[in-house]
Every structure is written in C-alpha cells, then in structure tokens.
Write a protein that binds this ligand. Structure first.
Ligand code: C5P
Length: 221
C-alpha cells in the first residue's frame, strides 16, 4: 500500500494474549507474542491510517506512529475496543482467553494440605462477535483471525458465519509450525462465501503489509 492509501481512515487492531487473573500472582495466558497484530497496525499506519492498537501484555516494542492502549484482561480489551471506535476497519488479531477464573481472590491462594484448589472458569465476552453484531457504528470491514491446530480451513469457514465478520485470516498454530511467537506465518483468507485463498509462508511484517493492501481493496468495493 502507498503511504496515502488509508489516509483519513481510522483502523483498530487488537493484538497479543490476554491475562486472566487467578489471584494477585497467578494468571491464565497463552503463547501469543503480538507480532502479527503489531505488524498489521504498523502496516496500516504506514498506509496513512490513524491507528489504535489495543494490546494485551507483550514483550515487543510499540509500532511507530500508532496509538497503543495496553490492557490485561478480555473484559478490559472489549472496553478499550469500544472506546476506540468508530473505525473503518477493525482487525481482531488478539488471542483472547476464552475463559477466565470465576473469581479473582484478593490474596494469594495457599497450599493448605487439602490438595489443589478448584479452578472454576466462566466465559469471556467475544470481542469480535460483539463488534461484528453492532447495528450502529459497525466498522465497514470486520476481520477475525482463526488460530487452529487442525482442520484449519473447515473451522474457519464455520467461524466466519458464527462470528459475523467479513473476512477470516486462518493460520495453523500447531507446534510444528512455530507460528505463535515465531517470525513467519502461513495464512489462509476465508471470505463470507466460504472461498479460500492460501498465501505462501511469509514474514509476519510482509503478511501485515499484504493484509492491509487487501483490506484497502475490500473497502473500495
Ligand atoms: O473463537 P476463536 O477464539 O477461535 O475466534 C478467534 C477470533 O475471535 C480472533 O479474531 C479473536 O481475536 C476473536 N476473539 C475475540 N474475543 C474472544 C475470543 C476470540 O475477539 N473472547
């Protein structure tokens, strides 16, 4: 994309994992590094967009020219996303925890000799589905990600309808691929009609640039 292709447009990107506290010192998390989401935010900024990046806890630098909002939990991420709207394009790259502990105890859970403490979980809000279902203020283009370890494409085709988004970027995060935390990604683009386009394995920065170019095209249709 050229540096002016998204000029005047607002783009929202979520990135990284979420952390869901169990007690003051423990949390549930996942292996997302934030590299793909951050690369998309950087590419959108390079294309001239005004970008807000809502990021879970990551160990990588903020992309240049982007407003970064840092959050920890899924519920904080949803609130930050809602506060960052309106946007023309919303890209939900974050690996949001599906469940969180039902209660967060105010003090560290102790070993009391009666065995492990039970860990009850409750469902987190689905940020992507919530924003895609908006009747007012829905971004023109809502993009979801699908991180799967098996039958990647079939799962993504089912997900696009369930989530109500316009495009799903699916990738295989099974261990052999090394996608989570790694520098490259092999993605499949799944459209609303179920059609699939598979890209070669590319550097995550290059995936970011190509995705932004595609989003720009889709917006112009
Ligand atoms: O259902 P699943 O987690 O596989 O869907 C992945 C997509 O949904 C990603 O785009 C992710 O950012 C988004 N998601 C979300 N909120 C959740 C769970 C997933 O926005 N609670």
């Amino acid at each position: 994309p050229t540096p002016t292709q998204l000029a005047g447009l607002r783009v929202l990107v979520t990135s990284g994992p979420t952390h869901e506290p169990i007690d003051p010192v423990r949390f549930i998390a996942n292996r997302s590094s934030g590299r793909q989401g951050h690369a998309i935010a950087a590419a959108a900024a390079a294309a001239g967009a005004t970008v807000t990046l809502v990021s879970g806890p990551v160990a990588i630098p903020d992309p240049a020219g982007v407003t970064v909002v840092r959050v920890e939990t899924a519920r904080e991420m949803l609130a930050a996303v809602e506060a960052a709207l309106p946007a023309s394009i919303a890209v939900f790259t974050a690996a949001v925890a599906d469940w969180r502990p039902a209660t967060e105890t105010g003090s560290k859970i102790k070993k009391d000799g009666s065995g492990p403490a039970p860990l009850a979980l409750v469902e987190n809000p689905d940020i992507l589905a919530t924003i895609a279902a908006r009747t007012t203020g829905r971004p023109d283009l809502v993009v979801g990600f699908a991180a799967e370890t098996d039958t990647v494409i079939a799962h993504a085709q089912a997900k696009i309808a369930r989530k109500g988004c316009d495009l799903i970027v699916a990738n295989d995060v099974s261990e052999a691929g090394g996608v989570m935390g790694g520098g490259t990604n092999t993605v499949h683009l799944i459209a609303r009609d179920g059609s699939v386009e598979t890209w070669p394995t590319l550097d995550k920065d290059e995936v970011g640039r190509r995705l932004v170019a595609r989003f720009t095209e889709l917006l112009q249709r």
